[in-house]
Design a protein around this ligand. Sequence first.
Ligand code: DGJ
Length: 731
Amino acid sequence: MSVHYHESEGLFVLETARTVYQMKVDGAGVLRHLYYGMACGHEDMSYLYRSYDRGFSGNPYAQRDDRAYSLDTLPQEFPSCGVGDYRVSGFRAVLPDGSRCADFRYQTHAIFSGRKPLRGLPSAYDSDGEAETLVITLTDACARLAVRLTYVVFASADVIARSVEIVNNGAQPVTLEKASSAVLDLPPGDWELLHFHGRHCMERQPERVPLFHGTLSLSSTRGMSSHQHNPFVILCDRCACEESGDCCGIMLLYSGNHKTEVERDQFDSVRVVTGIHDEGFAWQLGAGESFQTPEVILSFADGLTALSHRFHDFIRRSILRGAYQNRRRPVLINNWEATYFDITEEKVLAIAAKARSLGIELFVLDDGWFQNRSDDNAGLGDWEVDRKKLPHGLDGLIAQINGMGMQFGLWLEPEMVSEGSALLSAHPDWALRCPGRAPSMSRCQLVLDLSRAEVQEYLYDKIAGLITNYPISYIKWDFNRSVSDVYSHALPRERQGEVMHRYYLGLYRLMERLTARFPQVLFEGCAGGGGRFDAGMLCYFPQIWCSDNTDPVARLMIQYGTSFGYPSCTVGAHVSASPNHQTGRHTPQATRGVVAMAGVPGYELDLTRLTEAECREIAEQVRRCRETEALVREGVHYRLSGMREMARYAAWEYVSRDGTRAVLNLVVTDPAANGMPVHVKPKGPRRALPGRRGIHLHGAGADERRLHIRKTDRRLSVRRGDRHRGGLCAF
Ligand code: DGJ
């Protein structure tokens, strides 16, 4: 049992293997938050909170004689709004009388084993039959609203999944203006925030900041989870490091507009509110209707490494689905950086043939294969093959690629449409754009209105048609612009604030249908690289192209940041050409290989232009990928360098579950003349330390032929020298 209710005290205790979450219904019916942290048993943790008579923190009417009782200071599970709690709220609604106040009090609860999937939204699943669910219903009698707070406890994973369902029990519609997935009033502490910001080609850069008095807001209004702010944050103790310290991870399973607010208030209490962004959001909730928020998963651990392990394991076990959840993904070659739009059948086949000879298993035909696509100004929407580029059509091309013993994959950008396409000419109202206003363009494309069932149907038929008509084993699903001009021609004026969320309900429905019908197809998510790298997408697509930046040195930080929340088996990572197309940096082939092997590896360069020696090295890398693949996909991941070290080198390690095998990767980015050696301390169980059977060490540096790697007891020391060959060394 992981959900406990102590009736006499009104105390709820959610227990996982190593953590405890406590809430309590107080005498006024307010559901207080008591504690979330490392295991502390069932002892009522109310003593952590002391109430005082505070100036300018008012009292509910029923408690007006107890001036120490204030909603403004109580830690709560679902704070009220407009009635005296002045901190950020997770809820706001316009009631039929125009008021915006709500005050929810405990009504009832239910506990059951297992979990119910969320209606229309991605959610974690109960892979081991161990989940238990607690649903607490709070009501506001005046507003005639109810909220059902759901807590799904995954005990052995140390994860609690939360979401909220808002029900209108009144006779008239209300407008939801804010409907967050979770509010977490953290236990007292000296909290810092670790978050992952970025931009196109530089996603998920870690930044750790102390909390100031005020509210920090990390969000996206771009119609996608975004390159700029990943919907995953960590609150950690000021002293927390990889090995120890209180760390609380909060990950939203949502791919659209989101917002996480972190407030440190006047009394140093910290509140986190996360969910759908309220900007532009307004949902008409009719009489008897309910609104389901996206799910958020929480985990708490001692140290950043342990926290990452919880998320990695949970994503692998309870988020990823389908045939490729636990299966080796094929090593692929993608033609994008080799040809861009300049595709010819001859070129494509030459690259495929070379790739096959080096052991690569899947050829992916990227953007540019369809009509009117000589550049990125036109062509999206119709998805008809360009016979000028591919005279034998897709079937002719695929037959030849399959004939080489390779699988075939195709790039699509289903959610977009270009002006001039037959689709947009036939259905000008299928694009998101405001009446009478010229829309903002990005990459010369518009966004299809996926809130409309007929648009979802069109895309389903198109994509299902392609997969049934051709032997397609893989689809790269791209999304190359931020959304603007959000307006649906299918919805009335008062429902325009629903469009962006309805869009994601439509997209999830489409992905659900396609992945259910074609379970053998490997889908890779992409949004100009990692612009939609989130756990919502991962419920459908087991891997996501991590970044359009394929420079291995830049990738080190991108993949390092990504690793805090997401396991390597979700990270698409390719070896590309040197000098790199995004940064112009020259790097050795070995460095590019080592970095790509920290994800799902692939190649993205014109293999026909390489020397024989370079090709031999790639063949060796591909062989090595297979050798270490299971370790990377299933193993325990350790970061061996922190942000400070990353300026000089990056090191990381995967250790097998039984602790008998490990692979340690090291990239020296600044070999520093006359510098000190790099010391790297391997982690994980003692028996997996280098020096024991089956340990592999890859080393690659800016000038890896001049690196010398030697073993001294439990540390690896890397310094300039002349003996290292680069590549795989067995110790
Ligand atoms: C952005 C992707 O991230 C790239 O890999 C490539 O597929 C281009 N789009 C194609 O337009």
